[in-house]
Design a protein around this ligand. Structure first.
Ligand SMILES: [Mg+2]
Length: 344
């Protein structure tokens, strides 16, 4: 098996703020693997603060390209344990190739059935004033979304509670509301937030506390608002997260977790421990978004996932065969990811 890399850069419609920086574009690598008669395509798009850096990703993939034909896929993947985005790119490419070889959609290669090709996805509503938040929420519901995730934590708790209550009265009882605090609060503020947000029937709050604070998260559980962990999964030992009962929900990002195989493994371990997984992208190109869609499909039935992120890119790696329609994404019928591979 041979591996070949193609760097790319995709502009973001609006800059993306991570914990320690603001980025204007998503840079990464298309990862092509090839045997005598088959090809597979993956994507490695590192997100600083969540995965290895761009340079470390490039180094890891170049090493993998040297070794793949000698050591084989499994040993090469093992060597990428410390470079999750690089491992994702190779793991997705190999799974895509294997699925194409037996002419099945990627989710079957990943161990999924074919219950449904349709997956509900959430809309993300950014931080904004009460009126702008309500307007964005109404817009999303008019577009067919029945699950909205509001960014919170950038303003006072009173303001965030007001935003959620205003959205709840605007969209009615049937729409699922989630909030994402991205580690913004201390324990006391988080406790108060969980009480206030219960009034708006918020289903869960993502990452209320610092990623390392497993015990703090465990203590927030037990009320009507669930605890979801996202940033924690990039830094903490996953067995320990499950052992201390830190989460009701885990937000599984294949790019951060090291590939589709790893993501499905974690999601299944979570389920055995009574934790619900949702699958989310790291604002990736179409290849990785499709990979994440197949991961969610392999885990279906599954709660609404964070896969509706294609519109945050100003340009993409190719046409999207799974656009969001009525708050739903549909897994393409073709083999592998469903992307048509160019001949070169
Ligand atoms: Mg999050």
């Amino acid at each position: 098996m041979d591996l070949d890399l193609q760097p790319f850069e995709l502009d973001l419609v609006e800059p993306l703020r991570t914990a320690d920086r603001t980025i204007e574009s998503r840079r990464g690598f298309l990862v092509r693997v090839r045997t005598e008669d088959r090809r597979g395509l993956g994507e490695a798009t590192p997100l600083p603060g969540w995965t290895e850096s761009y340079d470390a990703c490039e180094d890891a993939l170049e090493r993998a390209a040297d070794r793949l034909s000698v050591r084989g896929p499994d040993a090469t993947l093992d060597e990428l344990a410390d470079a999750p985005a690089a491992r994702h790119g190779l793991s997705l490419a190999i799974a895509d190739l294997r699925a194409r070889r037996i002419d099945v959609p990627l989710l079957r290669e990943l161990g999924g059935g074919s219950r449904s090709r349709h997956l509900r996805v959430n809309a993300t509503i950014g931080d904004a004033s009460v009126s702008d938040t309500v307007e964005a929420a109404e817009h999303a519901v008019a577009d067919g979304f029945d699950c909205l995730k509001l960014k919170v934590g950038a303003r006072s708790l009173d303001e965030d509670a007001e935003r959620l209550e205003a959205v709840r009265s605007a969209v009615g009882a049937d729409v699922t509301l989630r909030a994402d605090a991205n580690e913004a609060w201390d324990r006391a503020t988080a406790e108060a937030a969980f009480e206030r947000f219960a009034d708006a029937s918020v289903s869960y709050v993502e990452q209320p506390l610092n990623a390392d604070d497993l015990i703090g998260h465990a203590k927030l559980r037990g009320g009507s608002v669930d605890v979801a962990l996202d940033e924690t999964l990039a830094v903490a030992n996953h067995d320990r997260v499950l052992d201390v009962d830190a989460a009701d929900v885990i937000v599984c990002k294949p790019m951060v977790l090291g590939g589709p195989d790893r993501t499905i493994g974690l999601a299944r371990r979570g389920r055995r421990a009574g934790v619900r997984p949702v699958v989310s992208t790291t604002i990736d190109g179409v290849v990785a978004r499709l990979g994440a869609l197949h991961v969610a499909g392999a885990l279906a039935p599954i709660d609404a996932c964070g896969l509706a992120t294609g519109d945050r890119l100003a340009n993409d790696l190719g046409p999207d065969p799974a656009p969001v329609e009525d708050g739903t994404m549909t897994i393409p019928r073709g083999a592998g990811t469903g992307l048509r591979l160019a001949d070169d």
